[in-house]
Design a protein around this ligand. Structure first.
Ligand SMILES: Cc1cc2nc3c(=O)[nH]c(=O)nc-3n(C[C@H](O)[C@H](O)[C@H](O)COP(=O)(O)OP(=O)(O)OC[C@H]3O[C@@H](n4cnc5c(N)ncnc54)[C@H](O)[C@@H]3O)c2cc1C
Length: 346
């Protein structure tokens, strides 16, 4: 049987773009479909990633796509516990999200084959139907993010709501990244990330156990910490899947990546690295015409890394912010070098 494409990728977020890069580099005929108008718009993510993992999995570090480098971190609870870490070299970076995703789509491997403004309405066997036509492909990469009807249904127990406001605030001289753990953000935290010289990213993520709106939760927090109050520039809101990573990521000719398989570090709610790594691994498996290679990499490397964070997150949040406060107190007895390794590697 002949197909229109070796692979169709559904979704042009980090996961789908990474798969596209691997497919292009492997000389495959592929097409990425996305319902959005523009790559990287709307902004989907704060864009913070760990330098260690960026290097390990080959994410880009081009200075033009980096908004800020993280060398100083302050973990706090809203009840006053804290641990502060300063590094000689950056342990993390914050992407300029839109230029970062555009870079994946254009510069990392050259222009990818992408069709925007194209909503996939169904996937049956080798057929992918969009709002305009039906295309066929030997393999299909499912990279449609956490809210897709093609993925697992998310429940209140395995998803965080996340909301961020870019606010007019001067650049901090002391910390590029502050996380506050609080029972007002169960399972998640409040954050303050460096952005430009005149703006910072202030946000919150939490399990939606109550009906409280994220905007109101953030505004309540701001009343207690007026140092993060500033004129609103822009907002983002989305869901973050925060359950255990799925066990099966390949089903027949479909390879599931990124948020669709909970490839999110549960400790930090960061999903860009998991999306990139799983997308690349899925693309490379297709280049080898062997999807089970992706399941193999998932089982041996990606899932164990995610599970470590999943277990740690469960322990950290067992008794809410109290458990995290205790962890911070314990960490104070660790040598500084170990503290830096434990917290900087997140
Ligand atoms: C407020 C917030 C802050 C965050 N901050 C960070 C952070 O600092 N660091 C970090 O690592 N992670 C962060 N994350 C998480 C991270 O953004 C996600 O884990 C990551 O973007 C997931 O990538 P993905 O490719 O799996 O999905 P997505 O980026 O969601 O891409 C899915 C794509 O599929 C498309 N699509 C969906 N359905 C269809 C369809 N039917 N047809 C066609 N196209 C479709 C969508 O338009 C979308 O472009 C944050 C998330 C939020 C909400």
């Amino acid at each position: 049987m002949t197909f229109d494409y070796d692979a169709i990728v559904i979704g042009a977020g980090t996961g789908g773009l990474a798969a596209g890069i691997a497919l292009k580099q492997g000389g495959k005929k592929y097409l990425i479909l996305d319902k959005k108008e523009e790559i990287g718009v709307p902004v989907r993510s704060t864009g913070a990633v760990s330098m260690e993992w960026v290097k390990k999995i080959g994410m880009p570090t081009d200075p033009n796509i980096v908004r800020s480098l993280i060398k100083s971190i302050w973990f706090r609870t809203d009840t006053g516990k804290n641990i502060s870490l300063k590094y000689e070299h950056p342990v993390g970076l914050v992407y300029d999200f839109t230029t970062y995703e555009k870079f994946l789509s254009k510069e990392m491997a050259g222009d990818l084959d992408i069709r925007m403004k194209t909503r996939v309405t169904s996937v049956e066997g080798n057929e992918v139907t969009t709002d305009g036509e039906t295309l066929t492909a030997k393999h299909i990469v499912m990279a449609a993010g956490p809210q897709s009807t093609f993925g697992e249904k998310l429940s209140r127990d395995n998803v965080l709501v996340a909301y961020e406001e870019v606010r007019e605030l001067p650049k901090r001289e002391d910390y590029e990244m502050i996380l506050w753990f609080s029972d007002k953000a169960p399972g998640g935290y409040f954050w303050d990330f460096a952005d430009t010289d005149s703006t910072r990213k202030i946000g919150v993520c939490y399990y939606p156990k109550t009906q409280a709106k994220p905007k109101d939760v953030l505004s309540e927090f701001t009343k207690n910490f007026p140092e993060v109050d500033g004129k609103l520039v822009s907002t983002i809101a989305h869901q973050i899947p925060l359950g255990a990573p799925l066990e099966t990521v390949v089903r027949e000719n479909r390879l599931y990546v990124g948020d669709m398989v909970n490839a999110v570090l549960n400790t930090t709610a960061g999903g860009l690295q998991g999306a990139f790594w799983s997308g690349m691994a899925a693309g490379r498996a297709i280049v080898n015409d062997n999807p089970s290679l992706y399941q193999g990499t998932w089982d041996s490397d990606i899932r164990p890394w995610l599970m470590k964070h999943h277990e740690l997150h469960r322990r950290m949040n067992k008794n809410g912010a109290k458990s995290i406060g205790r962890l911070m107190t314990m960490a104070k007895f660790m040598p500084k070098s170990m503290q830096k390794k434990v917290f900087g590697g997140l």
